[in-house]
Design a protein around this ligand. Structure first.
Ligand code: SF4
Ligand code: F3S
Ligand code: FES
Length: 249
């Protein structure tokens, strides 16, 4: 059964914009992205929106729906009451290009800054061997679809543009943790890197990133907190401290 529902959609570009009101038909089983497609097919043919898979796997359709960072293709219209106006706005942390499309290149810059997996010296590709338990440990982090909802929601950059240079954000903390847990990664400085280069210390464990992750990755509990603990352990471990004194001589 179809019903008429109220929508507010942000329209504009990098010079400014405003919310526009629409009344549009919603059918049973539809998601927010279906409504955006119906708007494009009817009243707003030039409405810009990034999407690709419509299956929650490409991470393209990130947007804010009634103020919450979500995937448009995974947000069912049945989430909202029939009387509720559904307000759709672009991700707030990144610059708007047009309508619901933002420039997420901040994330690609942080990805490029993260040192890649370094294979062990003298072991040819194909000869790498690791235990299944180590494969499974970081499997959770590899589920990331790079939707950047966690990056968008973290208050460290959401409300503070000037923190962007020093802070890589939760998506790249899980990348550092994944590589830190990799038994064949020859780089030993992932913890120092996370603290000194990625700004791990600026995270005050609010867990907002974990709450919005559509892949249900336990970003804070399984990546951020263990990395913080290991960095601290290393700094204050008396044996490590003693070793650093002896070998510095
Ligand atoms: Fe999206 Fe989760 Fe990956 Fe963050 S960690 S980019 S919220 S899938
Ligand atoms: Fe930000 Fe997540 Fe830390 S929201 S403050 S990175 S726990
Ligand atoms: Fe691919 Fe929504 S369109 S995640």
């Amino acid at each position: 059964m179809a019903t008429k529902r109220q929508f507010r959609v942000w329209r504009g570009d990098d010079t400014g914009g405003q919310l526009e009101d629409f009344e549009i038909e919603v059918k049973e089983g539809e998601v927010v992205l279906d409504i955006i497609h119906r708007l494009q097919a009817t009243e707003a043919p030039d409405l810009a929106c990034r999407w690709n898979c419509k299956a929650g796997k490409c991470g393209s359709c990130s947007m804010e729906i009634n103020g919450l960072p979500r995937l448009g293709c995974m947000t069912r219209m049945s989430t909202f009451t029939e009387e509720e106006t559904v307000t759709i706005t672009p991700l707030r942390t990144f610059p708007v290009i047009r309508d619901l499309v933002t420039d997420v290149s901040f994330n690609y810059e942080k990805a490029r800054e993260t040192p890649a997996f370094a294979p062990p010296v003298g072991v040819a590709p194909g000869d790498y061997r690791m235990q299944q338990i180590d494969v499974e440990r970081s499997q959770e982090f590899r589920k990331c679809i790079e939707c950047f909802l966690c990056q968008n929601t973290c208050h460290v950059v959401r409300d503070h543009e000037d923190n962007k240079e020093a802070f890589s954000g939760p998506r790249y903390f899980i990348r550092a943790a994944e590589l830190d847990m990799h038994p064949l990664d020859a780089r030993t400085d992932r913890k120092d890197y996370a603290v000194e280069e990625q700004g791990l210390g600026m995270c005050n464990i609010t867990k907002c990133c974990t709450e919005v992750c559509p892949e249900h990755i336990k970003i804070t509990d399984n990546a951020i907190i263990p990395m913080k603990e290991r960095a601290v352990d290393r700094k204050y471990d008396p044996l490590v401290w003693l070793g650093s004194k002896i070998f510095r001589r």
